[in-house]
Design a protein around this ligand. Structure first.
Ligand SMILES: NC(=O)c1ccc[n+]([C@@H]2O[C@H](COP(=O)([O-])OP(=O)(O)OC[C@H]3O[C@@H](n4cnc5c(N)ncnc54)[C@H](O)[C@@H]3O)[C@@H](O)[C@H]2O)c1
Ligand SMILES: O=P(O)(O)OC[C@H](O)CO
Length: 341
């Protein structure tokens, strides 16, 4: 595999995906925003803030120049937080080779426009890039992929050839990549699961048990599928890796930053304090704002997301939010899908 790859974003996930690609034989340049991170990767082959105790392959070269990182590369992988995707894509655009594959692995929507990340990339990159855009998503904590724990992910694109080329570049014996034509479903599932992970951290912090966790995962899935379907996704995608898979891993793992943020809020910490203490991206916070806006735009009910929005942004007491959820009006379980008796 002699692909030349640019990875934009040297946080936990960008650094781990760069490692997977380097181990697969790719020539990898990793763009870091900060000079000290690039220097550390180049000289010590570590990225201690994001991956403490991990030695990176010497084949990874880091750079702080987007133009140097992107120029001449066969694949450009964006792994920046969703709030910076448009800016970074705009800066990269003039240097992207005409036939390059463009992949992102970020889980969120753009604040304000509430667009999906592939929509943002499509708008920022030359039109001919459209069919070569893909998303990589699924249940994958950086901390476990770097330990080579068997992991399964999904790559989605409107173009089958693009999805299969990206699959071939990433797949190996510990990182198994599936393809899916439903890019809307894969992006929406990956973003919205972070809301339910925040809620799971809150529920665990409030002392609730496995019943509550199962309730959050399954009723969260119902909300995700409801909004995702209204946005044009195929409902079946949500029982796959970007739906059930990512919900399970993020709601049950202590690696999850979203779970941890929810847990800290349950202990009475303010949102600003939590985000400062985390020092890493917690996509579920902005995605809760996205769900609040999108559920209104598409007229879709999302009771869990709504209650989390009230807790995060209007100071609602989490215990009251749980009470309001449990005592709201009676509904059927799957009434949008199963009609009649
Ligand atoms: N960590 C994981 O296990 C994991 C797994 C799958 C997907 N993701 C997704 O990958 C994306 C990146 O997450 P991460 O875990 O690498 O985050 P991180 O917090 O570990 O690192 C974020 C990186 O983005 C950079 N950054 C922050 N603000 C920026 C800005 N305004 N402009 C440019 N760069 C900026 C930081 O310097 C850092 O390099 C997120 O959307 C996340 O949901 C993460
Ligand atoms: O640590 P989190 O909560 O951002 O989750 C990371 C990945 O999205 C898990 O698949």
């Amino acid at each position: 595999m002699d692909q030349r790859v640019a990875v934009l974003g040297a946080g936990s996930w960008g650094t781990v995906l760069a490692t997977v690609l380097a181990e697969n034989g790719c020539d990898v340049t990793l763009w870091a925003r900060r000079t000290e991170v690039a220097d550390e990767i180049n000289h010590s082959h570590t990225n201690h803030k994001y991956l403490p105790g991990v030695m990176l392959p010497e084949a990874i070269t880091a750079s702080t120049s987007i133009s140097d990182t992107v120029t001449g590369k066969d694949m450009i992988l964006f792994v920046v937080p969703s709030h910076s995707m448009r800016t970074i894509a705009g800066e990269a655009a003039p240097w992207v080779k005409k036939d390059a594959l463009v992949v992102h692995a970020s889980k969120g929507f753009e604040v304000g426009t509430w667009k999906r990340m592939s929509e943002v990339l499509k708008e920022e990159l030359p039109p001919e890039q459209g069919v070569r855009i893909a998303v990589l998503s699924g249940p994958s904590h950086a901390e476990e992929v770097i330990q080579k724990c068997p992991t399964t992910v999904v790559v989605a694109s409107v173009c089958q050839e693009t999805a299969e080329r990206v699959q071939a570049i990433f797949i190996n014996s510990y990182f198994r990549v599936y393809t899916n034509p439903d890019i809307i479903g894969v992006e929406v599932g990956g973003a919205l699961k972070n809301i339910i992970a925040l809620a799971s951290g809150l529920a665990d912090g409030l002392g609730f048990g496995d019943n509550s966790k199962a309730a959050l995962i399954t009723r969260g899935l119902a909300e995700i599928a409801r909004l995702g379907s209204a946005m044009g996704a195929k409902p079946i995608t949500f029982v796959g890796l970007a739906g059930v898979g990512d919900l399970v891993v993020t709601c049950t793992s202590r690696h999850s930053r979203n779970w941890r943020a929810g847990h800290m809020i349950s202990q009475g910490k303010k949102l600003e304090q939590v985000l400062e203490e985390m020092g890493m991206v917690v996509e579920g916070v902005k995605t809760t704002q996205a769900a609040h806006a999108l559920s209104a735009n598409y007229q879709v009910e999302m009771p869990l997301a709504e209650q989390l929005y009230a807790v995060l942004f209007t100071g609602k007491d989490p215990a009251q939010a749980v009470k309001d959820l449990m005592t709201r009006g009676r509904t059927g379980e799957l009434e949008e899908i199963i009609q009649g008796w």
